[in-house]
Structure formats: C-alpha cells, structure tokens
Design a binder for this molecule. Structure first.
Ligand SMILES: [Zn+2]
Length: 488
C-alpha cells in the first residue's frame, strides 16, 4: 500500500482519429472488480439497417466474452454529457465532474466543446486516486462525432466510418487501455481495417484484470489465528493487481461467510506497519484498514454480508511510521466483539500447544469492554474458546477460574455456582463436560453487581480453559486473563 496522492479527480480524453496520426499501454487506471455498466440507448439505425445501440452492445459483448473484464448494459437512456459542459476554451476536457454513470451517444460537440480535427469519437475518463498502485476509473462516456457519416460493416474501412470497430476501440479506452501502434490492435490510434479484438488487445485486458494474479491463496477460518511473515520472495500488490506498480509485500487469505456476520480481525506486528485489506473474490471494492486507534496494528470490526472474501495482509512500500515493511505478524479472526486474550498455554509444561484463539471481556453493554466498573453497574463477563481442530468433537471439559486481589479463588461448577477453589489442579471442577465444540461459548457472569456481591475494591481475574478427556490434567488456558476491577 501507498500513501494516498493529493489529487482527487483527474480527467483524460482519448480519441480515435479518422486519418493517420510496443506492446499494449494502459491509461493508468482501472475499474474496481473488473466490471462496469454502460447506459446504451443510442437512437437510430445505420444505412445497412442495424441499430447503433445493438452494434454498441455487440462491441461490449466482445470485450466481455474474450477478456476478464465485464461490460453490463443498462438500456435506460442517459445523456453522456450530464454533469459536463463547455469549458472556457471550448476545446479539450469539458467543465464539470460528470454524474458517476457511463453512457454513449452521438454528438456534434464534446459536451459543448470542439472535437478537434479528424476526431471520430472521444472517450471521457474520470478517475479517482487509489492506494494500491493504480487509480480507479469512476466514469467513462463515449461521444461519437456526428459530423462524420457512419455505417456498420466489416472489411476495409470506407469513407463512411464503421461504428462497430470505433465502438470497440473506445470501449478499450473505457476499460483502461491506451493506444497501441506497434502491434496489430483495435487500440491503434487511427481507424483501419481491423474490425475485431486482436491478441494484443486481449493480452492487455487480461494483464489489467486477471484476478487474483499469481499469488498463493491460503484459507483462513473464523475463530482462528495465523502466525506468518511478510518477507522477500512473497507476493507483492503489483503481482496481485494488474496495472499496479505497488511493490509492497502481501499475503493472501480467503474466507467464506455463510451468513451476514460481524467480523473482528486484527493484524499485529512489532516488525512492520500492518495494513489489512478486505475485498470480494475478484479483488473488487477493497476496504482498507490501518492504524487502529492511532496505533500501528490494523483492525477490522464490522459486519460483512454473506459471501466469499479475500483478506490481504499488507504493509507499506515506504513505512511512514510504525517500524518497517518486512517481518512477522499475527492475524486473529473471530465473529464476536470480544477482545482477543493472550497466547494459549497449558497447565502441563510439556504439553504441545498449537496456535489457538481465546477471547473474552467484561462489559455492561456487550460492545464496549472495560477494565473498571462502578459498584452499581451490572457487569456481563463472556468468553469464547476455539479448541485445536484435532480436539473438536472429542469428549472434554471446559473450566472457569476467578481470582480476587484478596487472594480468594473460585471455580464455576456445572450448576452455575462459584465455589471456593484450593488452587490444586486435582481439585479443579468443570464448568461443562461433553463434546468439545469448534467454538465454546462461556457465560462467566451476567448482571454482576459488584457492590451487592461484596466485590467493591477488588480486582478480578478470570481464566477460561479446556482439556480433552484423554488428557484431563492438560488444561489449555489463556496466559492473559480477563481482568477488571470494581471501584468502591
Ligand atoms: Zn483512441
């Protein structure tokens, strides 16, 4: 990722000359997600009898069928000059910022401005800056110069211009391609005998829109954690996004939400400036998360629609602050608002502990988790345990242990009561016994009123844990407890 540039909107104007004016070229901007919609309702028919609209839709269909880009048709009429007007010189980019919709039509002027000599058609392009090494196309409008005589035909170019091949060319500009005069191409700067998309045109569109590039994609699951690193040899944003020149490293994960879900995703690192990006499966509509609470970690905390997503673990090309741009990171991902607790450890020092995720916290509203409460507030304490996948479905026990700053210790038993605990593992009492679920949800207390419970002035630490029945003394628990105090 890069810092956003200063410019906000940028207009370009690309045209196709009637008379003579490398590999493919890009305009430097592309559509998010590789698709856009054109309003197509061009009145009239060609001398040969075919409607202009059907020829334009046919040109859109060629790009859609043969490349990874998709043009969609909206048949509601729309003047391409909505939001544009005559500028002070009456030539060049129209004045105005358009209407954020794409349209095509004939015109005697370019929204009040001269076409210029020998210009058959003009594509107006409106872009907005992006932070992933390319700009975003926001609006494209195509205006065919009605001063020329037009027809629809194949074969060598005649004095009446072939609308179909010019539409193909202008649509190439609309999806982000510039002129190409070295190889046979519909994107040649002047109209000729080429009437269909050429291999170079297809290569250009594929290079810009083939998603998601050549990067390895790993699966990440809800209620799990990933320990990995961004380092030399990893994929870069420019490998993932065609047309990008962003050299920052990126690890790519995919996940599926079966239903609309709240997600709580954090990327933490002491070595690099963490950036998280959530996109759809075709890399469209990226949501970028950086500097959670002004610090260096990245955090996603919001609801997402059901569907398939890509999660990009990224950093800056040039770190502005917050350490470097390579190194280890940790990603945690849950579907609850509960804060993530510390690393999981085991009561048996020689037990093998693989990365797993415990979360929990104390709140009065289930949203804002705090470490201090008044004696009158009604406190809820909740926790979640995601056991190692190998333990899910096996018999086991979960545990809840609370310690007070006065030294007293309690465990919560299966009847829901807190009973005094000796501190010896052999005296541990289970909160629940049964089959271990993929996600153990634990209600530690509900509506606890510290004043009434005699807890005023105490600091309370809550540890939650679990053990498979096959190794009942090997209790996995978070090294960092849920911790809160009750004021007097
Ligand atoms: Zn052109």
């Amino acid at each position: 990722m890069r810092l956003p540039p200063y410019k906000l909107l940028f207009l370009t104007l690309s045209c196709c000359a009637a008379t003579a004016v490398m590999a493919f070229n890009f305009l430097g901007a592309k559509w998010s997600g590789g698709r856009t919609t054109f309003h197509v309702a061009i009145p009239g028919v060609a001398p040969t009898g075919q409607s202009w609209s059907s020829a334009f839709v046919g040109a859109m269909a060629q790009w859609t069928a043969l490349t990874d880009f998709t043009f969609e048709v909206n048949s509601t009429p729309l003047d391409p000059c909505v939001g544009y007007g005559r500028n002070s010189r009456g030539l060049g980019f129209p004045a105005g910022n358009g209407d954020a919709r794409n349209s095509a039509d004939f015109g005697t002027t370019v929204c009040g401005n001269e076409f210029g000599d020998n210009v058959l058609a003009i594509t107006l392009t409106l872009t907005a800056p992006g932070t992933l090494g390319f700009d975003y196309l926001r609006q494209t409008d195509i205006i065919f110069n009605s001063k020329f005589s037009w027809d629809i035909y194949s074969g060598p170019s005649r004095s009446a211009k072939d609308f179909g091949r010019v539409a193909l060319h202008e649509l190439g500009h609309a999806l982000g391609l510039a002129h190409e005069n070295q190889l046979a191409s519909i994107m040649a700067s002047s109209v000729g005998d080429i009437t269909t998309l050429q291999p170079d045109d297809l290569a250009a569109a594929s290079s810009l829109y083939t998603a998601p590039g050549n990067c390895y994609i790993a699966a990440i699951k809800l209620n799990s954690r990933v320990d990995d690193a961004l380092q030399s040899g990893d994929c870069r944003i420019m490998d993932l996004y065609g047309g990008s020149d962003d050299t920052s490293y990126v690890d790519v994960y995919k996940f599926r939400l079966e239903q609309d879900s709240y997600v709580n995703i954090q990327m933490q690192s002491t070595a690099l400036d963490s950036v998280l990006i959530i996109t759809d499966a075709s890399l469209g509509d990226p949501l970028i998360f950086d500097d959670f609470n002004g610090a260096c970690d990245a955090r996603v905390a919001q609801s997402l629609r059901a569907g398939d997503y890509l999660l990009l673990a990224n950093t800056y090309v040039v770190p502005e602050k917050c350490a470097g741009n390579v190194g280890n990171y940790l990603i945690t991902m849950t579907d609850s608002t509960l804060p993530i607790l510390g690393a999981v450890i085991n009561t048996n020092a020689s037990a093998q502990v693989t990365p797993m995720l415990f979360s929990g916290g104390a709140s009065v509203d289930g949203v804002n988790y705090r470490s201090s409460f008044s004696a009158q507030e009604l406190i809820d304490v909740k926790a979640q345990i995601a056991p190692v996948p190998a333990h899910v479905g096996l018999p086991g026990s979960t545990y809840v242990l609370a310690t007070l700053s006065n030294g007293a210790q309690y465990v919560k038993n299966s009847a829901g009561s807190f009973v005094p605990f000796s501190g010896r593992l052999a005296d541990m009492v289970a909160y629940r016994q049964g089959t271990l679920a993929a996600l153990e949800k634990i209600t530690v207390v509900e509506d606890l009123k510290g004043g009434s419970a005699g807890l005023a002035g105490q600091e309370i630490r809550v540890y939650v844990g679990y053990a498979p029945a096959s190794a009942p003394n090997d209790i996995y628990y978070s090294s960092v407890p849920i911790r809160f105090s009750i004021t007097r």
